[in-house]
Design a protein. Structure first.
Length: 358
């Protein structure tokens, strides 16, 4: 009863900051599932592209003309339509599924749950054959604020390629604190920079590497200059997965100081590379970091607690190694893309069996 043909609806494909979508699609293709990717918008001309997109031939399966989606899908005859994000992609998937008479499901992530949820979220959830989200924290929020029945929501975290993202090579000296995140306000890089200034005052020898780009870059650069951190904090900019992998393999600790999160894939990548993490206890971060085992949690906005947690790992390399090894085991057990797709296919198969029995 496993679906053999699945259409995906996304805002933009490929999108550099959404490697989880490309990895999921590549794994489905590897399993022999026929996919078509319906991108509501074209990527920008200068949008970089992760190697997995080319390797899996995903562009050959992507179409960009929304007015032609119905015609394409009638020829493709999907068993199911799936959307990433509860916003425009889910609205489009719902309409297309209604036209074709096929079921649709969607995955809700972070901003579409907390910061910009659709006003008719409950109606979209009721129309969907199932709702997927990436963390138990998201489930609690959706049940409490939207009123979606708990039984309708399935938790399937995004996954990372744990065969590619794994420990390798020597760690950098001085120790590197690495943050992989878009430079946008919700990621709160200014707090991380303040923490770096605090660590410097505490006499720690380290470097901080910020990987990512976005509309807050100017503010981040200004704060770095104001704090005199130009020699201590490196802004790498947007980076392809191969470069991100190198950063993680050289890192001593991962850091994420966000105001809000769904389930950050960057910390899964860090864990897969055997890197412990220090993060704010928001959204699904506390499900990803097992406090005191695979990393350390701090209250959101608490720079002193974050600095103390980072200091603990930077001053105790044996502890960092032990937590990193535990993080690697947890990533393999819970956050690999293969396990993610196993669970997704299992859900779709169960839905198909229920429909055939009805």
């Amino acid at each position: 009863m496993t679906p053999r043909r699945v259409a995906y609806v996304v805002n933009v494909f490929p999108k550099f900051s959404e490697t989880f979508v490309a990895n999921e699609l590549a794994e489905l293709c590897r399993r022999g599932i026929e996919v078509r990717i319906l991108s509501l918008r074209l990527p920008t001309e200068d949008e970089p592209r992760h190697e997995v997109v080319t390797r899996a031939g995903l562009l050959d399966r992507t179409v960009y003309e929304p007015r032609g989606f119905s015609t394409l899908l009638r020829a493709f005859r999907p068993d199911l339509i799936h959307a990433h994000f509860a916003t425009e992609p889910t609205a489009a998937a719902r309409a297309l599924a209604g036209e074709l008479g096929v079921p649709f499901t969607f995955t809700a992530h972070g901003y579409d749950v907390y910061r910009r949820p659709p006003e008719d979220f409950a109606a979209r959830a009721a129309a969907a054959r199932a709702v997927v989200t990436v963390s138990e924290a998201n489930v609690a929020h959706l049940v409490r604020t939207v009123g979606i029945p708990r039984a309708r929501i399935h938790v399937i975290p995004c996954g990372v390629d744990t065969e590619r993202f794994q420990p390798g090579g020597p760690r950098a000296w001085p120790p590197h604190v690495v943050c992989v995140a878009r430079l946008v306000p919700v990621k709160n890089h200014e707090l991380l920079l303040e923490v770096c200034a605090d660590l410097r005052e505490r006499g720690l020898e380290f470097r901080c590497v910020l990987v990512g780009d976005g509309r807050s870059r100017g503010q981040v650069e200004a704060t770095r200059a104001q704090l005199g951190l130009e020699e201590l904090v490196e802004l790498v900019g947007a980076a392809e997965q191969a470069h991100v992998l190198t950063c993680w393999q050289r890192a001593t600790v991962a850091a994420l100081t966000s105001h809000s999160e769904g389930m950050p894939v960057s910390l899964m990548e860090a864990a897969a590379c055997g890197v412990p993490a220090v993060g704010t206890a928001v959204g699904g971060v506390s499900e990803l970091i097992e406090d005191g085992v695979t990393g350390l949690l701090a209250p959101p906005g608490d720079g002193v607690a974050l600095a103390t947690a980072l200091e603990r790992l930077l001053r105790d390399p044996d502890l960092a190694v032990r937590m990193g090894a535990a993080a690697r085991r947890r990533a393999e057990e819970r956050f690999s893309v293969r396990r993610q797709v196993d669970r997704l296919l299992r859900l779709w198969s169960e839905l198909a069996r229920e429909d055939s029995a009805a």
